[in-house]
Design a protein around this ligand. Structure first.
Ligand code: NAD
Length: 248
């Protein structure tokens, strides 16, 4: 066993309040590509062109065609992987309080996690930009883009576009959990999107241990993370939680 796995399991055993911050990387093994890193969507699509609220408002049909339609086709069939399931196991063992996720795919809840802050909203629902009517994304007809409500308004996903504010209740609760936890697990995030990327910094500043899991190093790795475990979320989290189970 890698020494970092043993150290992480030991730290988790001794910690009181544990919080996880997850990013697109935890869902890669479910077939959902990340934005950055190897194979990331932003290698082919410019985020400022297609994921900014101003571009959506200017030309919603184009953003639906290039970005949202593809997201729907990728997210609809996706199922939780060993990484999501391991975090749900950790919660069931009483060792994980809350997941702050930047993901919009709903896979933590599908795996059985019950306290999930969807920092950037979720893709499961669409909302009419005119009258506020909501419909499940899976039920939206894509034959004419952009899809519209019966009132004529364009539908938009209930996720946060670039240029939009994080819902304040999510931001305040995430900051408060980050400031008060004993240990934060940072899994599959490039830590380049703000303000989510400041959560590990807040945790560290308040004395928490930060354990980072990622196949590639990030800007947190050198100065914020106490333990860096290089690898995919599914394999690493399964090993850590298996070892913790032996220790408890
Ligand atoms: P990111 O795309 O910026 O970075 C992904 C990170 O995951 C990289 O550091 C990469 O090295 C790592 N990674 C790749 N494979 C991995 C694996 N198997 N296990 C663990 N880590 C792995 O993602 P981000 O930091 O979450 O920020 C991008 C934004 O994109 C987020 O705000 C999120 O809303 C959105 N997004 C969400 C989804 C989703 O819901 N699944 C998918 C793509 C992007």
């Amino acid at each position: 066993m890698e020494p970092e796995i043993e150290t992480a399991a030991q730290k988790l055993r001794g910690a009181g309040a544990v919080v996880a911050l997850t990013g697109a990387g935890i869902s890669v093994e479910s077939g959902i590509p990340p934005f950055r890193g190897k194979g990331g969507l932003w290698e082919t699509i410019d985020p400022m062109e297609f994921a900014h609220i101003d571009r959506f408002l200017e030309d919603p049909g184009k953003v639906w065609e290039v970005l949202i339609k593809g997201m729907k086709e990728t997210l609809d069939p996706a199922r939780p992987n060993a990484g999501h399931l391991s975090l749900a196991r950790l919660e069931a063992m009483g060792k994980l309080q809350t997941i702050i996720t930047q993901n919009v795919d709903g896979l933590h809840q599908a795996a059985g996690s019950t306290d999930v802050i969807e920092f950037h909203g979720n893709f499961a629902w669409q909302r009419c930009t005119k009258c506020g009517w909501r419909v499940e994304t899976a039920r939206v007809d894509l034959s004419v883009l952009p899809p519209r409500c019966s009132c004529g308004g364009v539908l938009r996903p209930e996720c946060v576009f670039y240029g939009e504010m994080i819902p304040s209740h999510h931001l305040v609760r995430s900051q408060s959990l980050s400031a008060s936890c004993d240990l934060m697990m940072v899994i599959g995030t490039s830590a380049e999107v703000q303000p989510a990327a400041t959560m590990p910094v807040i945790a560290k500043h308040n004395g928490a241990t930060v354990i980072e899991i990622n196949p590639e190093s990030t800007q947190l790795t050198l100065h914020v993370s106490d333990i860096f475990i290089r690898g995919g979320a599914g394999e690493v989290l399964s090993a850590v939680v298996d070892r913790l189970e032996e220790l408890l």
